[in-house]
Design a protein around this ligand. Sequence first.
Ligand SMILES: Cc1cc2nc3c(=O)[nH]c(=O)nc-3n(C[C@H](O)[C@H](O)[C@H](O)COP(=O)(O)OP(=O)(O)OC[C@H]3O[C@@H](n4cnc5c(N)ncnc54)[C@H](O)[C@@H]3O)c2cc1C
Length: 450
Amino acid sequence: MKVAVIGGGWAGSSAAWTLYRLGCQVHIFESSHVLGGRARSQYSKRLNITADNGQHILLGAYDHTLRLMQEMGLDTDSLFLRLPLRLCTLNEDIDFRLGRLPAPLHLAVGLLRSRGFSWSDKWGLAKVARALHDTARPPQPGCTVSQWLERLGQSPRIQAQFWRPLCIAALNTPPGQASAELFMAVLRDSLGSDARACDILLPKVGLTQLWPEHLPSAIRRHLGHTVRQLKTEPHAVYVDDHGFDAAILATNVPSALRILQSQPPRTPVRPGAEAEVESYIRALQAFDYAPIATLTLRLERPWRRQAPIRMLHENVSMGHYGQWLFNRATFGLVPEDQHLVHIVVSDAGPLLRLPRETAVNALLEQLRAEVGAPDDLPAVLAHELIIEKRATFLATPGLPRPDNATPWPRLWTAGDWTDTGYPAVLEGAVRSGVRAAKAVHESLALNGSH
Ligand SMILES: Cc1cc2nc3c(=O)[nH]c(=O)nc-3n(C[C@H](O)[C@H](O)[C@H](O)COP(=O)(O)OP(=O)(O)OC[C@H]3O[C@@H](n4cnc5c(N)ncnc54)[C@H](O)[C@@H]3O)c2cc1C
């Protein structure tokens, strides 16, 4: 069985690995010269290093991703720094951390010892934890995270200082627009599950080196190859004229749309599936996107802070756009001589409206204001601002997300945007890739392709 995978992000790479394990001959077509897609390592001229395009956090609950890495023979214990979940500001006026206790004690003790919350806020948080397991009363379809939190009696303060950062980190969508159902799915698999599921996993190596680069060389890589044309036929699929038994389209949504629409007119579809084509295309056209900005700073000397991730006090009216500070050198996650810190703006829409240099200065000023003591922050020697304009899709309520199966013969899709039950996250991408690969293999085996 000869299968093409178009797109070498985490979805395409996990599809390629799964197909290879199932005995298929696999070819990955990837536009870029590196694998990894939106979670990749790239060379930065300004910083003169290879660094990730954005800071990525994995959770202990990312079981498909961890399993896949273990199948590949990678040692997940040594490739990640595993830390208990902690949401803490720079000056520690808000500090919420989970203990390493069995569920639900981890949450109860976490709430009791958290700092910066009133007793009524803590009671409110406990109500949300209980609601995660209340299957009898799921959020109404179309309900946003803000509406759901209102209903659960969360105070405006806790919504702004706790739930908003968490919602933006998890869904990359502001609570007023975000789907309560998807937010619950993430919370249920993390906060609502055992303590290890909530652990934060920080890669100790670049995202491309973490596992996509370890794909076996038998998987043919067509790097730097942007697929322009797809032709699906009842007995074969053609990817820019290379013939395959089947293909998995694992690009981002805009590329998937372009490629699907590149098919010659009157391309045959599965019998009776003409109406499905229209609704499949319409579903892809309905996606909207959210940007993420990451400002990486190279400091003059190491800057020792207790935690590798801190919340920043976002306040757009004061020009404070930053939401998170990553200081991975604290735990030796990057070679000490790099002295890098990263300011992350997950809800970067407002920042995008500023000229680049103004945006950089606003983030630097915010950091200095939050650090307090002027001598504490080492001098900034160089910086690089990376803005991923279509970092993720907006996880709004009721967004129809296509399945891996398509109306076209011998064609499946994979990507964080498919119907994974998760928002746009790495685990969703991997799950979709594995699922699409298994569906392809099963279908080809049934059809007797060798
Ligand atoms: C800055 C940033 C921070 C993030 N933080 C987190 C986080 O902390 N935790 C988390 O879980 N998730 C995070 N995400 C989301 C996560 O990165 C994505 O969900 C995931 O990488 C999506 O993988 P994918 O394979 O579905 O898509 P993509 O990574 O977009 O892969 C699609 C691939 O297809 C290729 N391609 C497109 N068109 C063509 C073509 N015509 N021919 C050939 N190849 C093509 C692209 O180059 C790309 O490599 C973040 C994303 C960004 C951008």
